[in-house]
Each structure stands twice: as C-alpha cells, then as structure tokens.
Design a protein around this ligand. Structure first.
Ligand code: CO8
Length: 260
C-alpha cells in the first residue's frame, strides 16, 4: 500500500504511523485524511497487528492543526456539504476497534490536539504543547476539541484553552489528565512502541472489549455503563482466551492467545 503524506511501518505486532509533512508541521490536509483512513483500515483488517502508534515526523510537531492554507479559501457551503471533519471520527474512532496510541512529539494544536484525543490514550514528549487556538482564526474546534477536551480536562480548563487559544505544556497536560504520561523526547517513540507491544501481546478480544468499556463511560449513564461492563465481562468468560489466560496463570506461564 502506498501513501503520500504518512509513513506506515509494521514493527512486529505494532503498526507505526507517522504524519510526514514536517515542512508544514504535519498540518492535516485532505491527503493526510485519505492516507490515514487507508492506513487505519489496513491496521484494523490485519490480524497480525494488535496496536498502533501515531506520531509526527520531526522533533517540532505532532500536528500543528488542520491545514489552514487548504481551508482559507474554502466556502462555508463546502464545509457544510462535505460535513468537513466528520470522517476523522467515523474512520479513526468509530470503526477502529483495536487500540491505538498517540505519541505526541511537540505541537499538537487545533486539529492536531483533536487527532491526539481520538487515540485511546496519549503519551507526550516533554516538549509537547497542546492547544485549541482556532478562536484566533475566527473559528472554533471542529474535530472534537470542545467535546473531547472538556471530557478529558473538565469545563474550566477546556473553556480556558478554547477561549484564550493558549498552549498547555506537557506537565500541565499530564496534571490535567489529558495525557497518560510524559517522557523525554528522545525516549518517546521507544516508550510508545514498547507500550503498544505490551498491548498487542494481550488477548485481542479482551483488548477490544476493554477499549469499548472505557469508551462507554463517555456515552452512557453510570447504571447503563455498569450493565454494559458486566455483560461484556460475562461474554468474555465464554472465550477460549479466558480459559487459557486463567489456566496459564495457575500454571505460572504466559498465556498463548487465539483471539477466540
Ligand atoms: N496549517 C498549514 N500550515 C501550517 C500550519 C497549519 N495549521 N501550522 C504551521 N504551518 C506551516 C507554516 O505556515 C510554515 O510554513 P511556511 O514555511 O511555508 O511558511 C511552517 O508550517 C512552519 O511553521 P511556522 O513558521 O509558523 O513555525 P513557528 O515555529 O514559527 O510556529 C506554530 C509554530 C506556533 C505551531 C505556528 O506554526 C502556528 O501557530 N501554527 C498554526 C496553529 C493553529 O492555529 N492550528 C489550528 C489550525 S485550525 C484547526 O485545526 C481546526 C479547524 C479550524 C477551521 C479554520 C478555517 C479558516
């Protein structure tokens, strides 16, 4: 499979996807979207792949936002008629059932921050900077920033970020719960790949179900979420991997998974 704006490599059971427009700070244009849709579909379909890592080329940016140059002259009717930005969520979030991690190296602004928040979790480098600066362009977040950022860091900080357009550094992002951890830039990729390898080595059905359960917490009441959790747990107990996992524990050996 060939891509114009991203690099895709398989590292064992981990797919590493790199946004590759460093000259534009990996700004997200329609080519990047088309490439990512293809890459995520290939990752999802390939049974040898258990987890993906998304990062940005270069040391400066994960992605500095949607491509402003591409959007600048686009009429409002096109944004509306294309339902601009909707495909990001439908392809990268809704149809990707396998886990994936955003390894944020540098700026994650606007659509870049929103793309990182589509990941199941974010590992950030110590030079990472997050922000929703769209207000400065006369617009507002359009790929989930007002919703996912608010769920991640709460109303006060989300309002602060969206209304001032200021950047949050990696330490503040970790303190606020936006990222799971911060590591030195030099260690970021190795750390993210190691984490992804560990996830890819888990029973695949259990990985998908754990992801679905945590995501359900954002969509349901507590009672409905708890019911979903119990039912999903109960279904997992019928899998061959559950039998193997518990047997392997008792026999003090690693489990060998079938994905069944
Ligand atoms: N889109 C297109 N090109 C970009 C973007 C971007 N989002 N960000 C950076 N670039 C380009 C620059 O234009 C520059 O290109 P060139 O060398 O050809 O001039 C190159 O990347 C390097 O950037 P800078 O020279 O600006 O680098 P600095 O180190 O001086 O600054 C910053 C780094 C602070 C990250 C700065 O580049 C910046 O502020 N970028 C824009 C950040 C931003 O506003 N992001 C939000 C974009 S909007 C969005 O994501 C949601 C949709 C909103 C709809 C808008 C409708 C009009």
């Amino acid at each position: 499979m060939s891509y114009e704006s991203i690099l895709v490599e398989q590292k064992g059971a981990v797919t590493l996807i790199t946004l590759n427009r460093p000259q534009a700070l990996n700004a997200l244009n329609s080519q990047v979207l088309a490439d990512l849709i293809k890459a995520f579909a290939a990752f999802e379909a390939d049974a040898s792949q258990g987890c993906a890592v998304l990062t940005g080329a270069g040391e400066k940016a994960f992605a500095a936002g949607a491509d402003i140059k591409e959007m600048a002259d686009k009429p409002a009717s096109d944004f509306f008629n294309e339902d601009f930005f909707s495909q990001w969520t439908s392809h990268l979030v809704k149809t990707t059932r396998k886990p994936w991690i955003a390894a944020v190296n540098g700026f994650a602004l606007g659509g870049g921050c929103e793309l990182a928040m589509m990941a199941d979790f974010i590992i950030a480098s110590d030079n990472a900077k997050f922000g929703q600066p769209e207000i400065k362009l006369g617009v507002a977040p359009g790929m989930g920033g007002s919703q996912r950022l608010t769920r991640a860091v709460g109303k006060s900080k989300a309002m602060d970020m969206c209304l001032t357009g200021r950047m949050m550094d990696a330490a503040e992002a970790e303190r606020s719960g936006l990222v799971s951890r911060v590591v030195p830039l030099a260690d970021l990729l190795a750390d993210a790949l190691k984490t992804a390898e560990a996830i890819a080595a888990m029973p695949p059905m259990a990985a998908k179900v754990n992801k679905e359960m945590v995501n359900a917490a954002f969509e349901t009441t507590l009672d409905q979420g708890l019911l979903f959790e119990r039912r999903a747990f109960q279904i997992l107990t019928a899998t061959e991997d559950k039998a193997e996992g518990m047997k392997a524990f008792v026999e003090k050996r690693p489990g060998v998974w079938k994905g069944k």
